[in-house]
Write a protein that binds this ligand. Structure first.
Ligand code: GLN
Length: 490
């Protein structure tokens, strides 16, 4: 049989097309790897063997009869557990949703299944996507496959590990504030946070509704493009979506953005104090590659960067507190009614018992800042600061095509190192959350390794709905480097 290690979508697709491998064989390859490696890596909260094999058999039938739907038909993938799947448990990595089976699949899930993709299971993550290390999962730790003593990042840590450790071909994650780009950087895979409004969030369990987006992890830039091509677009079930063309850079690589005409902005605020020197060097070396390709490097300023972190946490907590209110022990999931005096007591008992610390923290702080008397001082002020952060990007993109900067101030940190210090965990999001506040698109691509062999990603940010452009820019780097072809030896 063909070598199945670390297949990209296009390579797997080619093997399926030529009948050198069947979707069932491919699916079994991943299921066996998951069985062997997942107890250590914690990338999946659940796998759906029978479900996956049934889908794979259906795909093989189509291939046999010459009716393969498209490039995703028969390709095994995985889905972050905050995204609903009709016949498969969705827990949001929370005890409060243990055993919950949603009555419908998320639009992105429906769309890839309609294209014949095979869902292997649900990825581990921080509970309700709240965190930056996947240590907030109520079920299990996820470990970085490059160094098992370190976190994979979060909140979509399991989705990043699944791709990095070859436990699927591609995966879905979500972002509210960096949760795709940061684990992609820490695990050396490609991760895209699309523009707000690009993909439907129908079926994505809400954290911060003005920020949330579903995005993709893959082994190369083309794979991200292939999946985006399928999932992007207007959805009548999510009124925040818009129809805006996105083409597949796969066929053929479009040269709409030649590197020699490219203007790359380097924000000075992203290269200051607190940035690890090895990370800085790797990112600057990557930017130098673009210079070699003929791009113009322009120093820019995003002057309101210092407000981004407090602004993001105020807004996301306010939105989280209202989104988490629906887990009241009545409508969804677990209910704690034993010895409850009244309805309010059911709420307290259920939420007290089944929410993690971070959910309690966000509910309490978010409710406080939305309360009468504090709304103007905190929430409204944060909304104003958000406009300033957004304006920084709008102004910058008048003069440049894209922004390049680090994703995370440091490489993967040790498991447990920041777990009991939420503030230091929040501050680690400094380079990612502005893109969420501004609603722009941004991605992370593998850009090298520290001396301890820890991966570092390069972040490329682009204007709203310019995914095609940043994907092509990222693709040009892939063509010049080999980082994306390196995988952990586990
Ligand atoms: N670490 C951030 C938080 O906890 C971001 C999480 C995310 O993007 N889902 O809010």
């Amino acid at each position: 049989m063909a070598n199945l290690n670390n297949l990209t979508i296009s390579k797997a697709s080619e093997l399926l097309e030529k009948k050198e491998v069947s979707s069932v064989e491919l699916t079994n390859y991943y299921l066996e790897r998951i069985e062997k490696l997942n107890p250590e890596l914690g990338a999946y909260l659940s796998t759906e063997k029978e479900y996956a094999l049934k889908k794979a058999r259906e795909s093989d039938e189509r291939i046999k009869s010459g009716k393969r739907i498209g490039i995703l038909d028969g390709i095994p993938c995985s889905v972050k557990d905050v995204i609903t799947t009709k016949d498969i448990e969705t827990t949001a990595a929370s005890k409060i949703l243990e055993g919950y089976i949603a009555p419908y699949s998320a639009t992105v899930v429906r769309k890839i299944e309609e294209q014949g993709a095979v869902i292997l299971g649900k990825n581990n993550c921080d509970e309700f996507a709240m965190g930056s290390s996947t240590e907030n999962s109520a079920y299990m730790l996820a470990k970085n496959p490059w160094d098992l003593s370190r976190v994979p990042g979060g909140s979509s840590g399991g989705s990043a590990v699944a791709v990095a450790a070859d436990l699927c071909v591609f995966s879905f994650g979500t972002e509210t504030g960096g949760s795709i780009r940061q684990p992609a950087s820490l695990c050396s895979v490609v991760g895209l946070k699309p523009t707000y409004g690009r993909n439907s969030r129908y079926g994505s369990i809400a954290y911060g509704s003005s920020l949330d987006q579903i995005g993709v992890f893959g082994k190369c830039v083309e794979d991200i493009s292939s999946v985006m091509h399928v999932i992007a677009g207007k959805d009548s079930l999510d009124s925040t979506t818009v129809e805006y063309p996105i083409f597949n850079i796969q066929y053929p690589i479009n040269t709409q953005y030649p590197m020699k005409d490219l203007k790359i902005g380097i924000p000075k605020e992203y290269f200051g104090e607190g940035l690890d020197s090895e990370v800085e060097k790797i990112v600057r070396d990557a930017i130098d590659k673009y210079k070699e390709m003929g791009a113009e490097i322009i120093d820019i300023s995003l002057p309101n960067t210092e407000y981004a972190t407090p602004c993001y946490y105020l807004l996301s907590m306010a939105e989280a507190s209202s989104n988490l209110a629906r887990y009241d022990g009545i409508k969804y999931g677990k209910s704690e009614t034993d010895n409850a005096k009244d309805l309010i007591d059911v709420y307290f008992k259920t939420r007290g018992k089944y929410f993690g610390d971070e959910q309690k923290r966000k509910s309490i702080l978010g409710t406080f800042e939305l309360s009468a008397g504090y709304y103007d001082a905190y929430y409204r002020k944060a909304q104003k600061a958000r406009s300033l952060v957004k304006k920084d990007f709008d102004d910058a993109f008048e003069k440049i095509d894209c922004i390049m900067c680090p994703v995370s101030p440091f490489p993967a940190f040790k498991i447990g190192e920041k777990k009991d210090d939420p503030l230091s965990m929040y501050l680690a999001d400094i380079f990612t959350i502005s893109a969420n506040l501004a609603g722009i698109c941004a991605l992370s691509i593998p850009a090298g390794f520290t001396q301890n062999n820890l991966p570092v990603g390069l972040q490329i940010m682009g204007p709203r709905f310019d995914e095609d452009k940043i994907l092509q820019i990222a693709k040009a780097y892939e063509e010049m480097t080999q980082w994306h072809t390196m995988f952990p030896s586990i």
